[in-house]
Design a protein around this ligand. Sequence first.
Ligand SMILES: [Zn+2]
Length: 346
Amino acid sequence: MKTIYSKQHILHNSLTELSGGELVKPFESPDRVDIILNEISNRQLGPILQPTVQDLDIIYKVHNEKYIEFLKNAWKEWTEEGFKGEAIPTVWPSRSMKSKIIPKNIEGKLGYYCLANETSISEGTIEGAYESVKVALTAVDMLQKEKSIFGLCRPPGHHASRDQYGGYCFFNNIAIAAEKLIEKGAKKIFILDIDFHHGNGTQEIFYRRSDVFFASLHGDPMQAFPHFLGHAEETGIEEGEGFNINYPMPPNTSYTQWKKSLKKAMNKVENFRPDFLLISLGVDTFEDDPISFFKLKSNDYFDIGKSISELGIPTLFIMEGGYAINQIGINTVNILKGFEEKFVSI
Ligand SMILES: [Zn+2]
């Protein structure tokens, strides 16, 4: 299996994350990519390639124009205001302040466009986010010829909604990949999100659509980030009714329990018969992940890949989360190896 990644992901390298009332080194760090690449090389998964030149206008199909403008200018406006730290919002249009008027001041804009403030914006953040989109789009181009591709995107994307960032995500890479596949003629796309956290951004983007089915396996939002989306009763609206499904699971969920949800989601894939399967690949379901609460073990990831491959559908893997840094390479490559060794096209 070919891997696409951009050396330029390092452009996004924030130094602070607000966690438990402290500023800590971000869990979503550049060395995650290095560790995954090492494992890919050691286990000879396949060639590792840089992204090609891409038309990035497709981002406007997924994200709001004003939001993109905000991201482009946020760091400049923040520093011009004289702030010394990285850009973190402090105030939001919360339930008791419902005005839709977007403030002009950068502090207000940050609150308007941010959904969770663990994610700092710093110099190079937007450039790094564009690189991640290029990785996803290059992977889409190659998927036309290959049975499977791994887009090693960083920063991740599944928490980014049409006009909000957070959860370490700025552009929704997998949603942009889905739009590109549709632009190239695909009629039906299935996005299966196996990251520990609910893919709230992807859900929001496709919630009214029947051509992109979204299914997510994740920590119950009653207990886990992003807390305000990801419940089982969210099934889509209007044309999208019945094309969104969530499988929230409680703390300490084992692989045996988790796999029951995977099988249910795979039944949905089989019934939907998509042209392409897109996997939001997070390995923060791992038992030692520092910010999550499932109990999957490294060997389980091989079985996940094997199970998904049994669907026999061309599959694009897009990297999302995973913060147990010592095992992130092993767990990620176990999924890809498990997939590759079992894949039989049907
Ligand atoms: Zn996650």
